[in-house]
Design a protein around this ligand. Sequence first.
Ligand SMILES: Cc1ncc(COP(=O)(O)O)c(C=O)c1O
Length: 367
Amino acid sequence: MSADRPQPRPGVLDIDPYVPGKSAAPGVARVFKLSSNETPLGPSPKAVAAYRAVADHLQDYPDGSATALREAIGRAFGLDPGRIICGAGSDDLLNLIADAYLRDGDEAIHTTHGFLVYPIATLGSGAKPVVAPEKHYTADVDAILAKVSARTKVVFLANPNNPTGTYVPFDEVKRLHKGLPPHVLLVLDAAYAEYVRRNDYEAGIELVATSENVVMCRTFSKIYGLAALRLGWLYGPAHVVDAINRIRGPFNVNSAAIAAGVAAIGDTAHIETARQHNETWLAWLTREIRKLGLEVTPSIANFVLIHFPEAKGRTAEDADAFLTKRRLILRRVKAYRLPNALRMSIGSEEANKLVVAALAEFLGKKT
Ligand SMILES: Cc1ncc(COP(=O)(O)O)c(C=O)c1O
C-alpha cells in the first residue's frame, strides 16, 4: 500500500464490512423479508402519525438531547432520564462505547456467535476483538472470564444473542459481572428484551443501577417497528453517560425518530400484540421445523436459527436458494461462524406457513 496517501488507523482495513440481510429476490416484485428481525406487525399507527407530523417542521434542528424521548423511556421503564442516551440505532451507541473506551492495544471480548457489530466497532477503535467460545450456541460466563486479560476494557454480551436466540440467565450475568475487574465495562445489549418471557431473564436494568461498570443498550428497531428511523438508547452509570455525551454527534437522533419513539413506547397495546404474535409463532415455527427433521436452536427472541444437513442438495446454501426462488428471504449466517444454518425472523402467519411448506418441499417431505 502506498505510504504517500492517507492511511486509516490500524484495524480499520481488517474489518469485514457488515452485510445486512437480503431484502429482494431476482425478478420478484414482492418478497417475504425474514432476514433482519423486523416486526411483521409494523410500527404503532400512533408512531406513524407522530412521524408524519414532523414533516411540517423539517427546517428545525432536533432537540439534541432528545429530552421528550428520554423522559418517555424513563416513564416506561422507571429510569432516571439523566442516565439515558439516545442514538441513531443501538449500532450508533455500540460504536460510541467503543470510541470512548477502546484504543490501540486494548481488547474487547465477545462470544463466538455474538452480534457482528462488536468486532467491527472494536477494530474500528484500533482495539483487538477477543472471542470467547460458546456452549450449545450460548454465551458461557466461565469462558468469557477466562479471556479477561490486563488489556481487556470492554465485554460485549448480546442477551438474547443474535443470531442464535439463546440467552444467559440473570444469575449468570451477575456472576459474570462479579468476576470482571471494576475497570472493565460490561455492555449488555438487550435489543430483543421486549420479546422475552422468562422468569430468570433480566435485561440488565438492576445491574446498571447498582454498579459503575455496566451499560445496557436497547433498540426501537425490533418490537417497536422503527428500524428505518434508526433509534436506540442506552442506560448507564452517570460517568459513562457523561463520557459518551461528550463524543456523540450533537444531533445524533433526528426529530422524526424522537417523535415516533415517544408515540411507540406509549402504545403498550401494540407492543403487547406484537409480543403475543411472537410467542405464538415462535413456538409454532420451532415445533413445525423440528418436525421436518431440522435442528432449531431454542430461541427466546423474534427469530429462529435453523441448522441444515451437510448432504449435497440439503445444505443451508441450497435451502437459501430454494426459498429465495419462492420469495422467502431468510438470513445466511456464515459471517457469524454458522456456515450451515439460516436465521429466520418470525413473520406474519402467511409467511411462517409458507416457509414451513417450502422447507418440507425442499426436504422432500409431505405436509
Ligand atoms: C443484538 C443486536 N444488537 C443491536 C442491534 C442493532 O440494532 P439497531 O437497529 O438499533 O442499530 C441488532 C440488530 O439486529 C442486534 O441484533
